[in-house]
Ligand binder design. Structure first.
Ligand code: SF4
Ligand code: SF4
Length: 109
């Protein structure tokens, strides 16, 4: 599976300059990874995917998974965050719940 650019990307274009397969193109003003050219950096001089390793943002480049629903939710989250400019509701809910739960455990232990 190839790598892909997510909505976390800030268009710094660093990945384009370091991709050993020349798989990253600028489409419009955004980088795009050609899945036909991306080799996941396998058989290159690098031991890790360079786009992911060099990206200054969290999850600017991620590997496309083969799981249908995982891809579906990723696309859904990308679209929703672009439309509403809000972070994921359930991610926030889980973070808040985890924090409250650990506070509760600390107080009661
Ligand atoms: S390195 Fe990351 S932030 Fe920069 S263009 Fe590539 S994906 Fe976007
Ligand atoms: S995984 Fe490697 S080959 Fe694929 S786009 Fe990223 S840097 Fe290029």
């Amino acid at each position: 599976m190839a790598y892909t650019i997510t909505n976390k990307c800030i268009s710094c274009d660093l990945c384009k300059t370091i991709c050993p397969s020349n798989a990253i193109k600028i489409v419009g003003d955004r980088p795009w990874i050609d899945p036909e050219l991306c080799t996941n950096c396998v058989d290159s001089i690098y031991s890790v995917p360079q786009c992911k390793a060099g990206c200054p943002t969290f999850d600017g480049c991620v590997e496309i998974t083969s799981d249908y629903w995982e891809n579906w939710f990723k696309n859904y989250k990308n679209v929703i965050s672009q439309v509403t400019n809000k972070t994921d509701y359930w991610e926030n809910w889980f973070k808040t719940y985890s924090q409250k739960y650990s506070e509760h455990k600390t107080v009661n232990s």
